[in-house]
Design a protein around this ligand. Structure first.
Ligand code: GLP
Length: 240
């Protein structure tokens, strides 16, 4: 079973996860980070600013989990913009070494395969940060996603579009599709770190950590991985 760490608040979670990422980068300067978006990982990125001060980050590589299809790259809410604003710029990472799924590519099927190849060429992801959707999605692998799935286009559920509408002026602006790493892709990372905060995530967390393995709750795929750390506050842990 996953190691579950219950923390007081987001700041404590951020510091804890940032410590382990900083330790990884000190021992392996060319570490490959799996970056997540959404509001959940933000405390980790904030804490990393301090923990990584003075550390040589020139060799660090990173791959984002997912990207919206149909949103211009320069849009404030494209995950390329978010990763650049929240991670690459504040930490001073080399933008050439950080990739997001190429969801603006004309050949989207080929784009998924090329992204997978880039991850493989980098030697695979050492540590994958994950949030979880209220419907149990990880990355943008919505309910019904195969545990063997690879990077591909997915349709966002109504629930996810509603959840993410808060980042846009209106729900009509929220894209309907995305290019996301598959569950099979995510399971190949060396270490999975899933974070969740608040009561709204409690059911999804319980399903992911100790529910039945089911494509209806894509987060339950983490039970197939040998090295998983789940970092949650009391509210998100309340149904465990
Ligand atoms: C988003 C992202 C996921 C994220 C999840 C939860 O749509 N694609 O990677 O984990 O939904 O979002 P939040 O962290 O804002 O609750």
């Amino acid at each position: 079973m996953a190691e579950v760490v219950i923390v007081r608040d987001r700041a404590e979670a951020g510091a804890l996860v940032a410590d382990s990422i900083a330790a990884l980068i000190r021992t392996r300067p060319d570490a490959v980070l799996g970056l997540a978006t959404g509001s959940t990982p933000l405390p980790v990125y904030e804490a990393l600013r301090e923990k990584l001060a003075g550390v040589d980050l020139s060799q660090v590589r990173g791959f984002a989990l997912d990207e919206y299809v149909g949103l211009p790259l320069e849009h404030h809410e494209s995950y390329a913009s978010v990763i650049s604003r929240e991670v690459v710029e504040p930490l001073g990472l080399d933008p050439q070494r950080i990739q997001t799924p190429p969801a603006h590519d004309d050949d989207l099927e080929g784009a998924g395969a090329r992204y997978e190849a880039a991850i493989r060429e980098a030697g695979g992801i050492d540590v994958q940060i994950l949030g979880i959707g209220t419907d149990g999605h990880i990355g943008f692998n919505e309910p019904g996603s195969s545990f063997a799935s690879r990077t591909r286009v997915k349709t966002l559920t109504a629930q996810t579009r509603e959840d993410n509408a808060r980042f846009f002026d209106s729900i009509d602006e929220v894209p309907r599709h995305c290019l996301t790493q598959g569950l099979g892709t995510i399971l190949e990372a060396g270490h999975l770190v899933l974070l969740a905060f608040g009561e709204g995530k409690a059911e999804a967390v319980a399903g992911a950590v100790e529910g039945a393995l089911s494509a209806s709750l894509p987060g339950s795929a983490i039970q197939l991985h040998p090295h998983v750390t789940v970092v949650v506050d009391e509210a998100a842990a309340s149904k465990l």
